[in-house]
Design a protein around this ligand. Sequence first.
Ligand code: ADE
Length: 228
Amino acid sequence: MPLHIDVLTLFPRMLDGVLNESILGKGISAGHLSVKVHDLRAWTTDKHRTADDRPFGGGAGMVMKPDPVFAAMEQIQTPGCRRIYLTPDGVPLSPEIAEELSKQTHLVFLSGHYEGIDQRIRDCVIDQELSIGDYVLTNGTLAAAVVIDALSRFIPGVLGEEKSLTHESFTGKLLDFPQYTRPAEFRGMSVPEVLLSGNHGEIEKWRHAKRIEKTRQVRPDLYAKYQS
Ligand code: ADE
């Protein structure tokens, strides 16, 4: 059964373009996965459609109320589905997590807003908390898009060429080598000779050396892991 993803957000339109474009959009059109975006305000019950309120104990900002989220989850969740909250204090997304999520049949993403969400939501209707990095977005909707994009690449058929999955950064924990295409000479800059040589052994050696050089410069943390 192809993976189905529901996204609960206060900003559903933020995902319009993301889900219709590029490889992800094609994967969805081709039926390799399906994504449905829900406006959380549909589950509010007051006339102002209130989804957030002031924090108990004081402090700045607003906190997402539990009642619309519980009602939405109770309607959308299915037995065995994974309910994921996007938050900067979650576990950092990794290729391993993206791949594991790609093997599920039903994911529900909850995008938080403002200062956060009522803790009872996290305690009762969330199974996993994910961060996409150590910076704070205005809400989790773009983070949900990032996780969906990253996991979609692990679904068979989404990347036309199976090769592109193995030939990239983070397989083997090294960053990628530089790529060139035609023309061989552009504004006085030429493509490294070895790439035009047709010598595949030399090309592989050059690419590996470039990956090591780049990783050492840009990501000493990955380089240290690679060496060990
Ligand atoms: N919401 C706000 N910032 C976020 C982040 N870095 N990762 C996931 N969700 C978020």
